[in-house]
Design a protein around this ligand. Sequence first.
Ligand SMILES: C[S@@+](CC[C@H](N)C(=O)[O-])C[C@H]1O[C@@H](n2cnc3c(N)ncnc32)[C@H](O)[C@@H]1O
Length: 254
Amino acid sequence: MDRTAAPGQSHTTPSTALAYLNPRYWDERFSEEEQYEWFKDYSHFRHLIHSHLTPNCSVLELGCGNSQMCEELHKDGATDLTCIDLSHVAVDNMQRRLLSRGLKDIKVLQADMLELPFGDECFDLVIEKGTMDVLFVDSGDPWNPKPETISKVMATLKGVHRVLKANGIFISITFGQPHFRRPIFNAPDFSWSVEWTTFGETFHYFVYVLKKGQRSSYEDIPVKRFEVPHVNLLHEELESEDFAFLINVDELNC
Ligand SMILES: C[S@@+](CC[C@H](N)C(=O)[O-])C[C@H]1O[C@@H](n2cnc3c(N)ncnc32)[C@H](O)[C@@H]1O
């Protein structure tokens, strides 16, 4: 994770990752923390996504927090950009920050990704980094997640699928490995194809690219394969908060 909190603005890692499920936790955190980049900043995965930013494409970012990703997407041509976050503090701070940087055309709204307040087929691209991972912190057995987890994840994915235009793309940047994410992304409710790749040095993060309307059948079709690296939990690239998040997401029991 790239820690970019301003001096004196860092937060305390919660004692349990279950805190990430609590909206109050995020409000309190964002009232103290100016900036923090989950996983890695845009420069580490730009090469994997910038080709999907076509001119004039409309982009929705889920759970922007206080990340810089929306500014980087904007620099890369995503001028019709909407960010949402459940935390009103994150939204207020982000609106202020973008305004102070002359980026008033980026829209920032308080909204729940489980109930997206947008019409059908209005975005070319939906992107999230570490936001859906929050839904997995209390998922139980990663091979057989709790029904409550599945139901929240499916509500999010159905919303994303609904708001995407016919050939729209969903990009999910996550800790979640393909053996856990693929069965969910490939649910029969969705018409998207599922591909993934990785970035990172020793520790790898996953970038899933789901293209609506590109699935060739509703079977659990083979997806484009990349070598899936082992997770090295002791590697120094993982800071303490990544670690706390990761062990509650899904990988330790694999
Ligand atoms: C792990 S942080 C990731 C933040 C940012 N995407 C990044 O890469 O730094 C998760 C973010 O998701 C937001 N969040 C959690 N649950 C959400 C929900 N149901 N709908 C929208 N945002 C949510 C939190 O407020 C927080 O900003």
